[in-house]
Ligand binder design. Structure first.
Ligand SMILES: Cc1cc2nc3c(=O)[nH]c(=O)nc-3n(C[C@H](O)[C@H](O)[C@H](O)COP(=O)(O)OP(=O)(O)OC[C@H]3O[C@@H](n4cnc5c(N)ncnc54)[C@H](O)[C@@H]3O)c2cc1C
Length: 404
């Protein structure tokens, strides 16, 4: 694949129209007014019939599970292009919308659909996939971060047929508004084993359960369209019906479930980065042609041309990574963690460099919100932190290289 197909371009056109009509008018409210993103996302689902598609997708996945077939790849398969285009287009205006949507339908619903029993899929998965409910995916803790699985301190202690959960999670996307929380924790079986090595279990919690507290949205640098918060568990009592897969030995294990999501997330970040880069380039070319200094448009100056050329090089490179991902997904190839990490590391850094150079090209106007490039940089900056920091991507790539 070296170009978007006509069908892909048609999808991009309708998404752009939706963005212009339904999102741009609300950008200030998302950015400065604490408007939660869910109303806009639900409108998008209605407009494009995504709710019905989600129901069909749900039924297919449920049938596969009931027939004991392997789940279809997330964000992949022959539909990877059609799935990534809305991500790219939405990322041009609000990376926060993409983050909130991706966490709710991709990480939270995706984990339940992959590891849940048919009853759990029906009880929690469907409403998340249709966006009738909002989901959060809670792995990170204040004292673990990059060492998320080893350093995890939230525990589930066996108590008869039930478990009692204690601990806290932080920087949880949709945490403040989530109806359903997919929660990772360590099994406390009373054996006194080193907590680093204990089994990782995954539970599904509902907002309002006794002992579960969801914080208000945190103030942060960017992605204001995506509420982020803390989740606190104090003696939250849960039955086995909330333990994902209703087993302490899920297929592949709880640690593997978290790692599977790392691959899907990292590929998604490349598409988000492409959106940021394309938008910065479009805005920068327009501005360079219209800003007159010393009687000439700044586009005539070679130092400005260098910035534009570097942005184009980044756009081509990141687009090629996305194309490669689409092509390989269509062929049924799932990227390794190292490949997904390489894609994420390069794309996220490229998006931040391009957005930073766009601000420079705009001069003082780049520093004020009206011209949008400062928002793009603030939004993009977290692409180098969440879904694994740059440094953790380097570790994943290097480990794979020296293991060969
Ligand atoms: C807006 C936002 C949304 C998020 N959403 C979610 C979510 O929905 N669910 C969720 O579970 N988490 C979420 N996170 C958490 C995110 O995944 C973590 O912030 C990230 O994994 C890094 O952890 P940390 O912030 O604790 O940094 P730390 O792990 O404390 O890292 C600090 C620094 O040390 C570096 N470092 C760490 N270990 C090493 C090493 N071995 N070698 C070299 N350098 C190292 C890091 O790269 C970083 O530069 C979100 C974070 C943000 C900011």
């Amino acid at each position: 694949m070296y170009e978007w197909s006509e069908e892909h371009q048609a999808i991009a056109d309708v998404v752009r129209r939706f963005v212009d009509e339904e999102i741009r008018p609300h950008l200030d409210d998302l950015e400065f007014g604490d408007l939660p993103p869910y109303g806009i996302l639900r409108k998008m689902y209605e407009t494009f019939g995504l709710k019905d598609m989600a129901k069909e997708n749900f039924q297919r996945q449920l049938d596969r599970k009931k027939n004991d077939e392997a789940p279809a790849p997330s964000r992949g398969g022959s539909n990877a292009g059609a799935t990534l285009i809305p991500t790219i287009e939405l990322s041009k205006v609000s990376l926060g919308l993409v983050t909130s949507l991706g966490v709710s339908t991709g990480l939270a619903a995706g984990t339940i659909m992959k590891l849940g029993t048919p009853a759990q899929m029906e009880r929690w998965g469907l409403d998340l996939l249709t966006l009738d409910k909002v989901g959060a995916w809670a792995l990170t803790e204040p004292d673990s971060g990059s060492d998320a699985l080893g350093g995890m301190r939230t525990t589930a202690k066996r108590d008869g047929d039930e478990y009692i959960i204690n601990g806290s999670k932080t920087w949880i996307t949709n945490g403040p508004y989530a109806d359903t929380i997919v929660l990772y924790c360590k099994l406390d079986d009373g054996s006194g084993d080193d907590i680093r090595n204990r089994k990782v279990l995954t539970f599904i919690l509902d907002a309002g359960m006794p002992g579960l507290e969801q914080s208000k949205p945190m103030r942060k640098m960017g992605q204001h369209g995506s509420p982020t918060g803390q989740v606190f568990m104090t003696d939250v009592r849960v039955g086995k019906d909330r333990l994902l897969g209703e087993t302490e030995e899920p297929r592949g294990g709880g640690r593997e479930s978290a790692k599977d999501n790392f691959v899907a997330e990292r590929a998604g970040v490349a598409a988000m980065s492409l959106g940021v880069i394309e938008e910065c380039l479009r805005l920068s070319v327009d501005y360079a042609k219209s800003r007159m200094l010393w009687g000439k448009p700044i586009a005539d100056y070679q130092l400005i041309q260098l910035k534009l050329a570097n942005m184009e090089v980044a756009r081509v490179n990141v687009q090629n990574l996305v194309f490669r991902h689409i092509e390989r997904s269509a062929a049924g190839a799932i990227p390794t963690l190292a490949e997904a990490s390489a894609m994420k590391l390069y794309s996220a850094q490229a998006a931040c460099q391009v957005a930073d150079e766009a601000i420079q090209l705009f001069g003082g106007n780049g520093y004020v919100s009206e011209y949008r490039v400062e928002t793009l940089l603030r939004d993009a900056r977290v692409l180098r932190i969440y879904a694994g920091t740059d440094e953790m991507q380097v570790v994943a790539i290097a480990k794979d290289l020296v293991r060969r």
